[in-house]
Design a protein around this ligand. Structure first.
Ligand SMILES: Cc1cc2nc3c(=O)[nH]c(=O)nc-3n(C[C@H](O)[C@H](O)[C@H](O)COP(=O)(O)OP(=O)(O)OC[C@H]3O[C@@H](n4cnc5c(N)ncnc54)[C@H](O)[C@@H]3O)c2cc1C
Length: 426
């Protein structure tokens, strides 16, 4: 009997935007793919803030990775946390658990992304959670809703004021979206539900160390975004680096803000797996990859997405956005196929399709190169693009229905405080 031909084994670490796209790009290639992720689901991160602010449920914006790739016969998905990469022996080391502790590869794509950085103050994280995962979003939703509940019971006006003060640190797209949504909840969704407090008097403060909100956008869109936030009732503090954070308070230079809820949307810290490759990394821990996205000194290893750093045409690193991750994943997958055919690998060239960020319930900014949109038209473009990009018909239908309901009723349908211990522990 003839031996079965052993196909080259491509291991992909991460089932986020980069990892998933790499797997799809290898669909018809003569390779066997194993995709490893420590979570069983892929999250559509642009809508995480909607889960955090009670607009959508977790299931609306996430899908099981195994289900997404179910029709792709050459991919096996494994739920596993990767602890390190031994590029010399060409193995990926898993944390303990069922199954082999090591997965050998012929070619490796690392797409484990990045999270927020607390600029050397990791102790701030407990007080000021960031938004990266579904768990983070649910934690934030709990804190926000609990703050209003506690304020309703509170009899001391100063403590009540503190509970009704929400601070978001970092005015990039996530910070802007969170602050806008918090303003919308307090001014509209909760307005008539309480008796002892007036939720619409809640203070929402957006704090940014840099000189403007949405620093990656052109001047006119930045100015528009700031005005739109202020019209929603958000106080925008720019040029205001946070110097300390503790339970219930935050220091910005000489100013102390008493705030019951502090949310963090600043800084980038790459996944530690980048450092385990032994390749050069930047200050955020991102791997400085070769022009073809391979890793210096680690043969057959590619890094894509937020974990990689590539200099763009303006001399600055490309931003950590979905388009970069998707295009890099395509490029890395193609380069693996080039190597298999003994062809020269291709240099990664980024095609910038633009950026968009939403501000509250019906305003947004879109920077599409020569076309710039703002206000309601931009918001419509944002809505259609995000519904279109969601994975799965059920999710699209569910999100569209909930958005339509919220739009006409000003309500937020998922105002649930879950987790038994939440009332005392948060
Ligand atoms: C709240 C938020 C909103 C955003 N909004 C936008 C937006 O509107 N537009 C936009 O373009 N970009 C947005 N981004 C950025 C965008 O999400 C990232 O650029 C993109 O996800 C990067 O893709 P990636 O594949 O590199 O990493 P990710 O998508 O983060 O995927 C990383 C994957 O690796 C897995 N993983 C990590 N470590 C391990 C390990 N040790 N072992 C196994 N698995 C591991 C994770 O579970 C995850 O599934 C947003 C990000 C956040 C957090």
């Amino acid at each position: 009997m003839k031996d079965a031909v052993r196909l080259p084994h491509v291991v992909i670490i991460g089932g986020g935007f980069g990892g998933l796209q790499a797997a799809k790009a290898l669909a018809h290639a003569p390779v066997q793919v194993t995709l490893l992720d420590r979570r069983n689901h892929h999250v559509f991160t642009p809508l995480l803030y909607q889960v955090a602010t009670a607009g959508l449920s977790p299931g609306d914006i996430a899908s099981p990775i195994r289900w997404i790739l179910r029709k792709q016969a050459n991919v096996a998905v494994q739920l596993a946390e990767v602890q390190g990469i031994d590029a010399g022996r060409r193995v990926v080391r898993l944390t303990s658990g069922p199954g082999d502790a090591e997965v050998p590869y012929d070619h490796l794509i690392v797409a484990t992304g990045a999270t927020h950085a607390y600029f050397g103050h990791d102790e701030w994280e407990h007080v000021a959670p960031g938004l990266k995962t579904l768990e983070d979003a649910l934690r934030i939703r709990r804190r926000v809703l609990l703050a209003f509940e506690r304020a309703e019971r509170e009899t001391d006006p100063a403590a009540q004021r503190r509970l009704l003060t929400f601070v978001v640190v970092g005015a990039g797209p996530t910070g802007v979206e969170l602050a806008g949504a918090l303003a919308e909840i307090s001014r509209h969704a909760l307005q008539s539900d309480f008796r002892a407090i007036a939720p619409e008097t809640a203070r929402i403060i957006l704090i940014e160390a840099g000189s403007s909100v949405l620093s990656a956008y052109p001047d006119d869109l930045r100015a528009f975004a700031r005005r739109a936030l202020e019209q929603l009732g958000v106080s925008v503090w720019t040029g205001s680096p946070v110097t300390s954070i503790g339970p219930g308070r935050l220091q910005v230079g000489a100013e102390t803000i008493d705030a019951g809820t502090i949310l963090w949307a600043a800084g980038i810290a790459a996944s530690p797996l980048g450092a385990s490759l032994g390749a050069p990394i930047d200050r955020a821990g991102r791997v400085i990859v070769n022009p073809d996205l391979s890793v210096p000194g680690a043969p057959n290893v590619y890094v894509v997405g937020d974990l990689a750093t590539v200099t763009g045409p303006n001399g600055r690193p490309l931003p950590g956005v979905i388009q970069v991750a998707l295009q890099q994943a395509e490029c890395a997958a193609k380069n693996i196929l080039h190597v298999l055919k003994n062809e020269t690998t291709a240099t990664f060239v980024y095609d910038d399709l633009g950026n968009m960020a939403t501000i509250g319930r019906n305003s947004a900014v879109c920077d599409l190169g020569r076309i710039r949109l703002k206000g309601f038209v931009a918001w419509l473009a944002w809505v259609f693009l995000h519904v279109y990009k969601l994975i799965g018909f059920r999710n699209r239908l569910s999100v569209m229905t909930q958005w339509a309901f919220s739009y006409v009723s000003y309500q937020r349908s998922v105002r649930l405080i879950t987790n038994d211990s939440a009332i005392d522990s948060e």
